[in-house]
Design a protein around this ligand. Sequence first.
Ligand code: SAM
Ligand code: SF4
Length: 334
Amino acid sequence: MNKTNTQNSSSLVDPFGRKIEYVRLSVTDKCNLRCFYCMPKGFKDFEQPENWLTFDEIERVIKAFTELGVARVRLTGGEPLVRKNIAQLSQRLTTLPGLNDLSLSTNATLLDHQADDLKQAGISRINVSLDSLEPERFKKITGGELQPVLDGLMAAKEAGFTPIKINMVAMKGINDDEFEDMVKFCLQHDFTLRFIETMPMGATGEDATDHYLDLQTVKQQLANSFDLIPGVMPGGGPARYVQIKGTDLRIGFITPISQHFCESCNRVRLSTDGTLYLCLGQDDKVELRPLLRQGISNDKLKAVLIDAIALKPQKHEFKDKPQQVVRLMSMTGG
Ligand code: SAM
Ligand code: SF4
């Protein structure tokens, strides 16, 4: 996919001079896992289906965004693959002029049977959450089984997705003895590996910050076993990369807490119910669903999006005010 956007490509610049070119699109707030740092055990307070944006509504909003310069969209959730016909939605989005990159974040439990269809629909890149390679530990963290995830990953590899990135939330006392094993797993399968710091994302029962690990510690731990050299990775995201000398393996570090990257934030998030969130860690938002259902014109919709970007806050305050956010990651679209 490499298309030129002939429309106005500089309309979405926020008050801090950041150009918004990336939308994270939550297609469902539901999930078939319950990672303890993301969703409380037994959580059932999901959005009602009549409030989900339909595929037509999603397409309208994303089209408006692309006409304002957005070139990249990531499907996320909740678990995006629990919503029916995601390949169909992907196909519709990839045909939009101006959209150069459609990617997917998934827990991979349902990827085994969908990988080929998603690849054919034009999804280029896949990120898979995987915090442990030990079945018992995986179950403790997520409440689910490891094997379907491994099957899904192999199906994605077979289908030809590249790169496939593994996202591992690094947690003290939970998986901090598994970093080397995960590096070896990624080396073996030609996956990219990214470590993520736990963020305080609403009340999930067990406070993820109890297990917070500064990723500098992880990097130092890895440097004892591997020869790490500074590396780069295209993508425009927040990860800082190193490479293991003599290999193609890149390891990224996503450090929203220890070194936040708000000054280069280029994204907004559209939730399942059509709320546009301007920051993962703040409450600034614009509700698009009522406008769509009242028959707003395309021009007015674009004007609403431009005005919304003016509300984008300068930064999250996860570190200074960890109790502030009352939203679950699965609601916002992680
Ligand atoms: N279900 C998909 C998945 O797990 O990849 C997509 C949605 S999930 C909310 C997106 C990412 O958010 C995952 O990589 C997950 O590890 C991360 N995440 C969720 N809660 C988090 C938290 N409290 N701190 C850091 N990362 C978190
Ligand atoms: Fe589900 Fe992803 Fe949240 Fe885990 S991190 S509960 S897989 S949405």
